[in-house]
Design a protein around this ligand. Sequence first.
Ligand code: SIN
Length: 494
Amino acid sequence: MQQVNDSGLVKLSSYIDGQWTDGQSGSQLSGDSERFDVINPANDQVVAQVYNAGIAETEAAVLAAKKALPAWSKKSANERAAILRNWFNLMMQSQDDLGRILTLEQGKPLAEAKGEIAYGAAFIDWFAEEGKRVYGDTIPAPAGDKRIIVIKQPVGVVASITPWNFPNAMIARKAAAALAAGCTFVVRPSPSTPLSALAMAELAERAGVPAGVFNVVVGLDSSGMGKVLTQHPDVAKFTFTGSTAVGKILMTQTATTVKKVSMELGGNAPFIVFDDADIDAAVQGALVSKYRNAGQTCVCTNRILVQQGVAQEFTDKFATAVAGLKIGDGLAEGVNLGPMITSQAVDGVHKLVEDTVAAGAKVIAGGKRSIAGKNFYEPTILTGVTNDMPLAANEIFGPVTPIISFDTEEEAITLANDTEYGLAAYFYSRDIGRVWRVGEGLEYGMIGINEGIISNAAAPFGGVKQSGNGREGSKYGLDDYMEIKYLCMGGIDK
Ligand code: SIN
């Protein structure tokens, strides 16, 4: 991989118990020597061939995490923070290489990929510090000879499955919190984007993360590996980022051993533009929210709702801004819209566009595959959409914007909430009363008010309804990796 300066970051096998499982470092785990291709979605070329781990390796990773747990959980928060801080520093020092690896396997433009590295690293920085603030409680007891004390303890071995759309940050957001809490961690990244996860493991090792504390298993057997991670009796907590449909299956599987679970699932984010909005700001907010990562983001705008009085002005300005996007290979200069992950994903999005046009909507930009390559789709805008049309009713996960118009604030809130999802929502308004009413009325876990990009390490990321449960990042993010233990002390009176 010529584009990467530090070739030691390009790893081609799972990382289990501090060993690379290709036999190069003495590991005995390379039972399955078959490899699979990692494909660059910009040109369909093979970026690397990675050893295909399976059920046996996943079980070994869980056992390694179990073995490492006592020593890691007994370290002080300061000791863990020092190691996490090393990891953060190394990731930032390697930001350019990690960004290139990410663009090569995922497709997003390099500037965005490097932004993701900084975003992911920020969770490691954040939780290194936050781990020092895991406070307990004392509670007045109902009887004078008793004392009630509450302590928090790491939940244990954490298993996770992470998606291809943020191959670094979705791992960092989970692993940082888990490790800071004193848990050990196993991740199965998407087999479409294993290289970013393996590079993180290399840097974790360089940072001094002990063997078994952070394990990465890469393989194609999603069902078999998923069952180990969701059902193994030694896994205490399971965490997943991905689609709602898959999340439901995994959640059901975790029930057999009653695991603690957190889920970051799909979204159908409304982006509401009221007639009192700063229209230029709303256009910029919608552009970054919708077309970041070619629209392949759970929190990205899925449908724009615009009030009648400003609908034409907003639509014209938005179309002009979208026309300025440069589509192409994410490593090429000036590109800000990369490929979609596969041609099947392109087909799925195109079908939604066709079905929405058949239902009466009008394409005013794009609406077809791009000449840039078979995994590219033109940035697309449709008007005359209603909330029941396919593009508004489904999570699009592509660079397509349906625009719906509305008359009143109440109508906007009703339309926005008319979905099973509840991850992120956005609205633009300068009216302070409206800001409160709409902010409180939207049934979503995260709301951007006059803001199109809301994700950061200090804020609680997560959804309501069928968008999942639990929160990642922020001071709340550690709670998902900790158990509350109540100590009742009696016999105090003489
Ligand atoms: C996601 O798509 O689930 C993650 C997006 C983000 O963290 O901003």
